[in-house]
Design a protein around this ligand. Structure first.
Ligand code: MG
Ligand code: MG
Length: 627
């Protein structure tokens, strides 16, 4: 699989773009003319710079408003094309993209366009270059790849071929299977992009909201299956116009893009094993069976406060790490570790984040398979050199530099608690009825949301919920829930107010886990147990309960119990949802306790503004980690 990306997809000047693209492992680039013009490099120097980065110039684009023009505009278009062919010779690329005309004076007619392209093909041959014709979804006369193909077919010139772009086909709702009847050798190039399912002008959507395959809602997999069925074996290149990416970290965006191509083609292979996909084999995405533990790192002096909070939640100290300053607190199937190491990974996480969630351990069917999939998808493996006799747990770098530990129940990794931990005996204690980790909420700058959503959905067998908006006193927060088996993660993104420079310095380490929600079976029994333990609940304002009373016709005694216990309530046609919160600790971390009934699958989004307002009243940091 040869991969490419258009320079327009990445932030920075020409050299920065090339560095990021090369580092992410692509084979080549599409030079977007504006990026070249802005560079002030000579064409030869620009081409050399590309090759010095180990990259190939796959395509020069775009050449606009060529076909169907009346004279003298037509003659001028040919002169312009010759100038660009000469430029391509100097750059060292042999393929130019012409997009279907939007010129107000361009004339329709498939034969007219075909004749223009055939005439251009003859000139292109003199320069040793080829021309690919692409239907823009908003082209004046040609806005459909089927018409573009008919024009190319009638032009019938070896230098003239078709360029397909998943966005232009899928955003217009054109059946991608219509691609299957095009001969693969006449498809000169394939551009890939996804987009969210938002109703808006296709040009505006394209220029601002395209995203990497898998990050949006278009069926790019079906598009690629159809492309491969034609026998096309040329490069797969990302052409993504996105406001966030153009302001994002070049290396992060370039890497996300390459990961999206690998994940896309892995998905194509799984959907259509008979289609030959040229990609190294990798294990299938698997669902998460459970969250085994969550580790907090904190200062020695702050640990007693966190441990007291855990005890008030019904957790009991049940183990100490054999060689590290790590204590295990447990309640039913839930383990929370408190790490106060003064060296190594945990300590560096503490130095960069303060008290934070440093590790999340998930149980998957086969930890080493999921780890191998992560590596194939360009996730960063992490090895912290276990002490002799301790387990070497496969780990990947996750959100904000935290670790995603991978365990399973069928290998030596099942022995974690017996091998690495010294148990502390306890009188039998069922705690406060917390039975599992319900969800993990992670907060990040908005421009990292697509990246981390892709991390989870590519690595694991996972599905995304529709994004929801949450009104925060500091601005709108967008929330994206991802669910993989027993793992639920909510990713919350706020518009970044930091500058590009500070983001670069901080890399992606501004992101962090913000709250952990535990599941229980009986929220009122749990609330009672918590209160007996001295748990300090987040007080919810009276206005919330007045509104709740107005919205739902709840039985009076249920309503009274909700209000007395500071429990938030949500209901839809799938079931009911009960929530209560701890007060914030550390730099705005908190715990949530939830109970779901029937098939309720949400996160109480209607309640979030009330929760945030309640936290704000305590004068504690909320929502966005400010470091
Ligand atoms: Mg395109
Ligand atoms: Mg929550």
């Amino acid at each position: 699989m040869r991969t490419g990306i258009a320079t327009v997809s990445i932030a920075g000047d020409f050299a920065t773009k090339l560095e990021a693209i090369a580092a992410a492992g692509y084979d080549g680039i599409e030079i977007f003319e504006q990026d070249f013009l802005a560079s002030d490099l000579s064409p030869q120097a620009a081409g050399q710079m590309v090759r010095d980065h180990g990259l190939e110039v796959l395509l020069f684009q775009p050449f606009r408003d060529f076909e169907g023009l009346p004279d003298p505009l037509r003659a001028r278009a040919f002169t312009r094309a010759k100038r660009k062919f000469a430029l391509m010779n100097e750059l060292g690329t042999d393929l130019m993209l012409i997009c279907s005309s939007v010129h107000p004076q361009s004339l329709g007619g498939i034969d007219r366009a075909a004749e223009d392209l055939a005439a251009l093909g003859a000139i292109a041959a003199e320069y040793g270059v080829r021309v690919g014709y692409e239907a823009l979804a908003w082209g004046r006369h040609v806005d459909d790849h089927r018409d573009a193909w008919e024009i190319v077919r009638r032009a019938d010139h070896p230098q003239i071929g078709l360029i397909l772009d998943s966005y232009h086909t899928l955003a217009r709702g054109i059946d991608p299977d219509t691609i299957r009847r095009i001969p693969g050798e006449k498809i000169f190039f394939v551009q890939l992009a996804d987009a969210p399912a938002i109703r808006m002008d296709l040009l505006y959507l394209s220029r601002h909201f395209r995203c990497m395959p898998g990050e949006g809602d278009l069926d790019v997999t079906a598009f690629m299956r159809a492309v491969l069925a034609t026998g096309y074996d040329g490069p797969l290149s990302l052409e993504v116009f996105n406001d966030q990416f153009r302001a994002g970290l070049p290396r992060l965006v370039a890497l996300d893009g390459h990961r999206s191509l690998i994940n896309l083609m892995d998905g194509v292979r799984r959907a259509a094993p008979s289609v030959g996909v040229d990609l190294p084999a990798m294990p299938a995405p698997a669902p998460v069976e459970r969250v085994e533990f969550i580790e907090f790192v904190t200062a020695i002096g702050d640990a007693p406060r966190i441990e007291a909070l855990l005890e008030s939640l019904g957790f009991r100290l049940t183990g100490k790490h054999a060689s590290k300053a790590v204590r295990r607190f447990q309640q039913n199937g839930v383990s929370i570790l408190v790490n106060t190491e003064q060296q190594g990974y945990a300590h560096s996480a503490f130095l960069s984040h303060g008290t934070c969630v440093s590790e999340i351990a998930i149980v998957v069917p086969d930890a080493r398979q999921t780890f191998a999939r992560g590596k194939a998808l360009l996730a960063e493996p992490f090895g912290d050199g276990p002490n002799p006799g301790e387990l070497d747990i496969p780990s990947l770098r996750g959100v904000g530099g935290s670790l995603l530990r991978l365990l399973d129940d069928h290998s030596d990794l099942a022995q974690l608690w017996d091998v690495d931990f010294i148990p502390i005996a306890h009188a039998d204690d069922t705690g406060a009825g917390l039975i599992a980790v319900d969800h993990i909420s992670q907060t990040m700058p908005f421009d990292e949301m697509l990246s981390w959503t892709q991390f989870y959905t590519a690595l694991l067998a996972a599905k995304k919920e529709p994004m929801v908006d949450v009104a925060d006193p500091e601005g709108l927060v967008r929330s994206q829930a991802v669910k993989s088996g027993a793992l639920r993660v909510t990713l919350n993104g706020a518009e970044a107010r930091r500058t590009l420079a500070t983001r670069f310095l901080a890399d992606s380490f501004g992101a962090a886990t913000q709250h952990i929600a535990f599941a229980c079976d009986d929220i009122f029994a749990t609330a009672q147990a918590l209160s007996e333990n001295g748990f300090a609940v987040l007080p919810i304002g009276a206005n919330y309960y007045d509104d709740l009373d107005a919205r739902y016709d709840l039985p009076p005694d249920l309503f009274a119990r909700l209000k007395t216990n500071n429990i938030l309530f949500d209901q839809d046609d799938t079931g009911q949802f009960f929530q209560l919160y701890s007060r914030p600790f550390g730099d705005g971390l908190f715990f949530e306790i939830v109970q779901r009934t029937d098939r309720y699958d949400g996160y109480g989004a209607p309640n979030a503004p009330f929760r945030i307002a309640a936290q704000a009243r305590l004068g504690q940091p909320v929502t966005i980690p400010k470091r």
